[in-house]
Write a protein that binds this ligand. Sequence first.
Ligand SMILES: NC(=O)c1ccc[n+]([C@@H]2O[C@H](COP(=O)([O-])OP(=O)(O)OC[C@H]3O[C@@H](n4cnc5c(N)ncnc54)[C@H](OP(=O)(O)O)[C@@H]3O)[C@@H](O)[C@H]2O)c1
Length: 286
Amino acid sequence: MSIAEPGDLTVITGASSGIGAVYADRLAAEGRALLLVARRPDRLEQVATEVSYRHGVSVETMVVDLEQPQDLARLEARLERERVAMLVNNAGGGSLGPTARSTADRLERLIRLNIVALTRLSVAALSGFRERSGGTLVNLGSIVAHAPSAGAAVYTGTKGYVANFTRSLQLEYADSAIRIQLVMPGPIRTEFFSSQGMSDSVFPDSSFLTAEQLVDAALAGLAAGEAVTSPSMPAPEIWDALETARQQYLSSTFSGQVAPRYRSAAPAAPAQRRPSILRILDDLSS
Ligand SMILES: NC(=O)c1ccc[n+]([C@@H]2O[C@H](COP(=O)([O-])OP(=O)(O)OC[C@H]3O[C@@H](n4cnc5c(N)ncnc54)[C@H](OP(=O)(O)O)[C@@H]3O)[C@@H](O)[C@H]2O)c1
């Protein structure tokens, strides 16, 4: 299936810092006209000015708070109205810390940003992609999609959603010329932690990539036609093993029988083993 991108505009959310600002630079270097989206007008303008000066492309900014339904609707309308070639759903927050110390309203705002906005913008972009028989959707997930964690209950939940949503869309659009990529960053040196009043030291120093390394690898994965790109995972066999285990788990649940361990009077409690990454995120709850 050939890849087509019949559109004029590349839209990047969360482009005022970190990963989004690097996407802006790299995609402008490809000669794309950009629409950069975030809340902080000064930081957005700074990125736009630098990128357009460096690469000589048209760069427009749109100040949008994706947690606010009216702002989100303004951006959706633009995605539906314009010939969008590519959407990078990068804006995201963490609200890290124990759920008991947060509020339901704060957690709902995170869900609106990480799930509702990403979903509505994906749907709006895909409708144009279908009309024009092509386009590229990139959704930023996280490795925590595989790491339920104390101190990041809603964050890991939202990234689990992003992963399943995006991979399900890939199945729906498998026979089309529309490209859909899920990017799974590990720890990346950005303002992500500091903007939440935390230090990067929740993860070992040696585990971080720069935003430039992450985006360059993600774009290499996209060019290679990868559906899921995990830039810091050295061996692709690890992903294959995860997929195999997932499929084995799924097919085993189609047995149509209650598992023998639940048929005795007092079933033994299954051992709960926790991967080591959880201990790092557990520190957030102390
Ligand atoms: N850094 C990591 O270790 C890491 C790891 C895995 C995944 N990720 C994911 O990577 C993506 C980018 O994060 P980053 O590391 O580059 O962090 P970042 O530097 O804090 O960037 C987050 C971006 O999202 C924008 N944003 C936040 N809330 C918004 C809102 N309500 N409306 C519109 N824009 C909003 C921010 O801009 P304004 O504040 O100007 O609105 C900023 O441009 C996120 O989805 C994050 O979950 C990061």
